[in-house]
Every structure is written in C-alpha cells, then in structure tokens.
Design a protein around this ligand. Structure first.
Ligand code: C2E
Ligand code: MG
Ligand code: MG
Ligand code: MG
Length: 277
C-alpha cells in the first residue's frame, strides 16, 4: 500500500521517520522522568509599572535536564501538549507558582506582588480545570486576586462559550486573566468584547522593532488604544531598551516586562531589589 502511493507517503521503515519517532518517544519518556525526578523548575521575570516599581512577576518553566542542560520551554512544551504530559506538568507549575506567591504575600516588602502563570490550551480544556485551579488556590492559601492566568488567542476562540464559562467561574473567585502574545493570533474584536479579560499583553515581536518599523509602532498604539476602550490593562513584553520603554510610555502603556527590568531568574532576591527601587 505504502509503496504504490508514491514518494512522500509515510512508510513504516523510513529510517528518517523512524529516528523522528524514536526521538519523540525518548523526549516523552524524559519528560515523565523529569517530572518524577523534579528536574523542572520555575523562573520568575519581573513586571513593573511606569515608575519602574515592581508589581509582579511571570512564572516561566525551565527544564534542567541531567544530560542536555537547561532546555527552553519552546523546545518541549509542544510535545508535552501533544502527549498530555502538560496536564501533570501544568498542575505542578500552578502549585509551585502559588507557593511562591504565598511566600511573597507573607513578606511585607513583597506582599502586593501578583503572579502570572501561563496556561496551555490542553490544560485549559480539561473538564476539571476550574476545580483544579480553585482547589490549588485554597490548599495553598493565596489571594486569588493576585493570580493572573495567561491565555493565548487560539485557546480562547476554540470553544468560546465553554471558555467564557470557565473564565467566569474563576473570575467569580477573583482570578485575573491576561491575553498573552496579543496581536499574533486570530482573535476578532467581537470575541475580545465578550471575554472576561483583565489585561492584554502586547507580543514582544511588535515591541522589538517598535522604533524602526512604523507598522509595529502603529499596531502597538492600536493595542494600547483598544485596551483603553475596552477597559483592559495593557502590558508590553520583551522591553529591552530605554528607547522602547520611552516610546511605550509616550503611548500610555503602564506596565512592562522584559530584559530591561530583569531576565527570568530562579530567585526573588532580584525581585526584592526592585520592590524598594
Ligand atoms: P511567553 O509566555 O510569551 O513568555 C515570554 C517569553 O519571552 C519568555 O520566554 C521570556 O523569557 C521571553 N522574554 C522576556 N523578556 C524578554 C526580552 O526582553 N527579550 C526577549 N528576546 N525575550 C524575552 P521563555 O521563558 O523561553 O518561554 C517561551 C514560551 O514558552 C512562553 O512564552 C510560553 O508560551 C511558554 N511557557 C513558558 N513557561 C510556561 C509554563 O509554565 N506553562 C506553559 N503552558 N507554557 C509556558
Ligand atoms: Mg506568558
Ligand atoms: Mg507572551
Ligand atoms: Mg511569547
């Protein structure tokens, strides 16, 4: 069968296909082991306001692989999603981020900080997602209003009614929502109006060339204006230079995240410094 249907058919004995399948299976097993052996950790990246004052952080997943070193989430989240391993991983991420948030809350210096946590589509689509978030909040004992879940556009429009329902259930307990990588995905304005969001997060691809590409500058301006009209906060991600910051501030953007303020890092000592800045 495979032989008769031509060259690009997926053939069982194709050595290249076989090596790809093997590599994927190996990584999947590695992720399982990694969860079990606690090779995953969270880094935290500061989020600041116009005055440069620390207002919160985003939790970013890292994988300290015993042989391959630090692996970037971009290299394993897609496979973790496909394999379903993002579910146990996502549970661990939320729990760990909430524990860190509780630690901040109990220290006067860091008491007001918020925590942003990325949620993958597969995770959000789980029937017990709402229940699992609420029980984590309760078990760890954090103020839900300080927890901000970052969702992406594609996730939101997938099943809009279910999405709104889940978001509202969590919002009723105080949980906030930010729309990550805004502007890169597919989202119509009518969806945006219906979703109970708190914040839009301008994607770093627009921020990067904000001073050299007039289109990126225009898109950024539009997103900030849109946020204002819809009553949503706007945060810019990927801010690396003072010039980018100045431009964003001139456009009335009030929250920022990027290397200019701090790279994602494992410790909050860096955060403490920023609090008192
Ligand atoms: P994201 O949520 O949009 O996170 C922002 C990414 O931009 C992070 O990459 C961060 O390190 C990077 N970044 C921050 N500031 C700057 C900057 O000034 N310049 C540049 N060039 N980059 C900057 P990271 O940590 O590699 O994460 C990549 C993506 O992986 C994230 O994009 C998110 O989609 C996903 N991810 C990370 N952690 C998690 C997680 O815990 N759960 C899920 N589901 N996805 C995650
Ligand atoms: Mg994010
Ligand atoms: Mg983003
Ligand atoms: Mg991104």
């Amino acid at each position: 069968e495979a032989k008769s249907s031509g060259g690009d058919t997926l053939c069982f004995f194709d050595p290249i296909m076989l090596s790809i399948v093997t590599a994927r299976a190996t990584m999947e097993a590695d992720i399982r082991t990694g969860i079990y052996q606690q090779q995953f950790l969270l880094y935290y990246q500061p989020q600041v306001n116009s005055a440069g004052k620390l207002i919160g952080a985003e939790a970013l997943l890292r994988w300290q692989h015993p042989l391959k070193g630090m692996i970037s989430p971009a290299d394993f989240i897609p496979l973790a999603e496909e394999s379903g391993l993002i579910i146990p991983l996502g549970t661990w991420i939320l729990k760990t981020a909430c524990q860190q948030l509780r630690a901040w809350s109990s220290d006067r210096q860091t008491a007001s900080l918020t925590m942003a946590v990325n949620v993958s589509a597969k995770q959000f689509r789980q029937p017990d997602f709402v229940k699992s978030v609420l029980s984590t909040i309760e078990e760890i004992g954090i103020d839900a209003r300080k927890l901000k879940l970052e969702l992406t556009e594609s996730l939101l429009v997938d099943d809009i009614e279910e999405t709104i329902c889940k978001m509202n259930q969590l919002k009723a307990h105080g949980v906030c929502f930010s729309l990550d990588d805004f502007g890169t995905g597919y989202s119509s304005l009518s969806y945006l109006k219906r979703l109970p969001l708190d914040q839009l997060k301008i994607d770093q691809s627009f921020v990067r060339d904000i001073l050299i590409d007039p289109n990126d500058a225009a898109i950024t301006r539009t997103i900030i204006g849109l946020g204002k009209s819809l009553g949503l906060a706007v945060i810019a991600e990927g801010v690396e230079t003072e010039a980018q910051l100045a431009f964003l501030q001139s456009q009335d953007c009030h929250a920022f995240q990027g290397y200019l303020f701090g790279k994602p890092a494992p410790e909050l000592n860096m955060l403490r410094k920023l609090v008192s800045a």
